[in-house]
Design a protein. Sequence first.
Length: 427
Amino acid sequence: MKILLSAYACEPGKGSEPGVGWNRVKQAARFHEVWVLTRSNNRAGIEEALAAEPMPNVHWTYFDFPRWASFWKKGQRGIRLYYSLWQFVMYWKARKLHRDVRLDLVHHVTFVSYWLPTFLALLPIPFIWGPVGGGESTPRAFRRALNLRGRMYETVREFARTLSEFNPFVRLTARRCSIAMATTESTAARLKALGCEKVSVLPESALSAKEISDLGAISAREGGPFRVLSFGRLLHLKGFEFGLRAFARLQARVPDAEYWVIGDGAERDALERLSRELGVAKKVVFWGEIPRSQGLEKLAACDVLLFPSLHDSGGWVTIEAMAAGRPVVCLDLGGPAMRVTNETGYKIPAITPEQAINDMAAALERLASDPKHYAQLAKAGRLRIDQEFNWDRKGEHMNHLYREAGERSHPVSCISNSIGSEGVSDA
């Protein structure tokens, strides 16, 4: 088949959304001829990777707005508007491409957000959407524990998301979708409400066979202090405050325990101040933002991953931790709860902040004091990643969905007739 992939974020050797984009391209290219729409700033890394490992059946289209037009989105401001405009331009490029090569279907890969529009659904070919996320929310009981900035963020986010669901292009994307994939049940419910007829829940992240092998080679730690690791942007939504409080309670029972925090963000100063107030500053190390390769080295030097995120569609580091034989303690929310099971770690109910903090501390204490239980979780985690979060397995699944979407091709909507008559006449 001739497959068009829209991958705004697409970079080799990266985690999170750039890694999703790159690996989706690689997997689609195993079975089909692929055209990719991505940003120009991804080009250098992609071409370097292709020089080492060519993909001759993949054709790349790079585009970014001029520097004067993209400056204002620096630091995340205006990025959603920039992204939407980029998607609009990609529709016209894709329409011309379809006239030239007769594409069989289009698959939107990144951004992984259901409430941002993609105009590629207007093409007169089957459209696959996702996996997309963004339907998750911070539990109400936890919002009262956030600072003013956090509470304002959550309010604005919910308003923006609700407003976006009335965007006619978001609704059109949903209605014209042959197959939609959601990263969580929360997002699946919102996709169905928007009008998607066929929705399945499928985590977006995975690891390559080499990554699984490399991480699987990491041995269990012997000796030294029990060390807890948290990884991510230091924002209120990542829940690091609750993780820090849980660690303080652990440290009172396991005095030699340490807590390593990797990442940077707006909450760093507040978290460092909180560590002093809790009396654990000497046991907490803030490493700041470091390259992914160094982050994995830190993971190997720790015993357990604490991931207290309040709403997260993904949580890539959770699968890296399990592949490395490091049990995960997370809240029973969003994407991490889809990855972690009772056999591979602890999913802490998010009922109230106090309850969650106590339960996280208790889970960490058991992992520190019960080597046999720890080893069982570590072994099960490695097995789960190899079986369920392997990119090659996901590629085979996507190939099946591509075939299914081709068979379920539906008529072109009247809206597409009015916006892209040239594309419709070629259908």
